[in-house]
Design a binder for this molecule. Structure first.
Ligand code: G1P
Length: 194
């Protein structure tokens, strides 16, 4: 039911560069970017993270960046947003800084790696210089947009961007599965007894 295209980014030139590779597949339409080192799971009957973001896009007709309040020691790992609250969990983004120090961070609202973008981002990405880490940063392109929306969704997020995070997420998600929970619990109990 879908055409799937796969492009390998041959050099590590940043998220902005990776997104530019998708330009020819976007047909001048809004599109979703879902970074692979984040997993989001809807809570209860709520829509998926992307579903909630599409609703926000439909309402505000602006680029949407999914956000989460991140702990102080993690601020340096995220694009951090300076946002003006519009309604519960919704912000007008005034500025974004890629991986700031805690002192320079405008808030604790971090971009979790889910975006609804519009094709005008491609022109901006073509015209900006590499930023943090010498890479082409989506964050730097987003700050040049004429307004965008930050959304704290109701989803549970798992950060699998580092080895321990991946391991903890696997355990937590497996424990949430009825068919695996008991056996995994027993396995871990035995492991901890050793
Ligand atoms: C990217 C983005 C950053 C965002 C993060 C979320 O960074 O550049 O703004 O907060 O993803 O995971 P990366 O983790 O790829 O270095």
């Amino acid at each position: 039911m879908a055409d799937i295209h796969y492009i390998r980014q041959k050099e590590q030139k940043g998220l902005g560069d990776a997104i530019l590779h998708a330009a020819r597949h976007c047909d001048e339409e809004p599109f979703a970017v879902l970074l692979g080192d984040t997993i989001t799971v809807p809570c209860g009957e709520a829509k998926t993270c992307t579903g909630q973001m599409i609703d926000a896009f439909d309402k505000y007709q602006k680029t949407v960046v999914a956000l989460e309040h991140v702990p102080q020691n993690k601020v340096k790992d995220y694009g951090i947003v300076d946002g003006v609250p519009l309604e519960d969990g919704v912000y007008e983004i005034a500025d974004l800084i890629e991986k700031p120090s805690l002192q320079n961070a405008p808030s604790d609202l971090g971009a979790i790696g889910r975006y609804i973008l519009t094709p005008d981002i491609f022109d901006i990405l073509h015209n900006i210089e590499p930023g943090h880490g010498g890479e082409l940063q989506l964050t730097d392109a987003l700050r040049l947009l004429d307004g965008s929306i930050g959304l704290v969704t109701s989803c549970k997020r798992y950060d699998i961007g580092d080895k321990l995070g991946w391991m903890k997420s696997s355990i937590e998600m497996t424990m949430a599965r009825e068919e695996f929970a008991d056996e995994l619990r027993e396995f871990m109990r035995a492991l901890l007894r050793d």
